[in-house]
Design a protein around this ligand. Sequence first.
Ligand code: NAI
Length: 399
Amino acid sequence: MKEFSKSSKIGIIGAGTMGSGIAQVAASAGHSTILFDVDPAVLKKAEAALKSLFDKLIEKGKYTRDQADQLLHRISFSTTMNDFHSCELVMEAIIEKLEVKQSVFSQLEKIVSESCVLATNTSSLSVTSIAAACTNPERVIGIHFFNPAPLMPLVEIIPAISTHENLPISLKQLITDWGKSVVIVKDTPGFIVNRVARSFYGESIRIHEESWEGIPSGTIGFSTIDWAMKEIGGFKMGPFELMDLIGNDINYTVTETVWTQFFYDPKFKPSLTQKRLFEAKRFGKKSNIGYYNYSLPQPFPAALKDLVLAEKIFMRVVSMLINEAVDALYLNVANRDDLDTAMLKGVNYPKGLLKWCDEIGAQIILDTLNGLREFYDEERYRPSPLLKKMASENKKFYS
Ligand code: NAI
């Protein structure tokens, strides 16, 4: 079994948003860390950004100057991968293009020692397809951090079908020691979070688009749906606020990728409403307009505060979310605890979805889905076989 220690040197490829965040995480945990990028200007920018971040953290009293200096001293910046020769783990966080990643991995393999582990931070490519570029794919694995890496507690570890069976456990130990909540996920589109969370967005957009419950199309405004999900569901942010924060460019692309990779399964079908926002460059907060117009006074109050309607909105969305989590369990994408941890720590849901299923009752979730399926006549609403089994046997996920 591969063992890591504080003296294990860590390499990171790509000094953009994710790479520089991951470098900070590794250096904070005491590792000597090398951050590499093909673009020297990006490296300079990353170095300056880290310095100014730590100046701010010192001001806030989170670090002493000595501690910050020691930490920053552990990160070196490099324009050649040759510096990775003594690394025990190299994590890649470059552009999301399969051919580029494959080429980097095959070059990397020739530089590092035989025992070095090679990881990718990809969000949407199959880890197996990246590992296939290597002569020793047993040491290739996915380590998926969330943005911003130093603040987001969740890390998904994704063994490819070719990954050595002990590697996920060794890495889980290492990254847990870095203070993260680590889950292990099968190499499937969207892993846990980006798969299970899809209907939070997609189903909410459909509710908005439709003439629903006798209310004309488009009348159930974004703010009403956001309010319903927060008021009834206890979500910290509503779906439209969250999409505007993530960016409709990123959120739309993830949805389209997951849908395509699941061979166009209607459960994951993207929405035209969001595609048009993307085309109009209405990305959300970063472009000052998305579902909401951020030049208007905030917060955006709910247009319609109807608790009966809110309950219906919540039940429709939460039933879809729970069904996906149950189906992911059914398909062995991850175990029960990891599925619930991922949604709690990766997207800040108020409850794990399997726990939520127990609380609401599998039969009620099943009835909601069956009602939607009958009404729409769409496969999108098909219940997971496991949900049907839990309902018919009156079972709970947590006993
Ligand atoms: P970014 O665009 O901020 O940074 C990518 C960096 O890689 C750039 O600095 C670029 O110069 C460098 N680069 C490109 N080709 C290279 C090569 N051949 N060798 C070395 N460096 C190279 O991208 P970001 O957002 O940091 O994403 C990186 C990876 O992390 C992608 O695979 C992305 O899907 C994944 N990811 C991104 C998240 C996000 O929210 N931004 C969240 C989780 C994963």
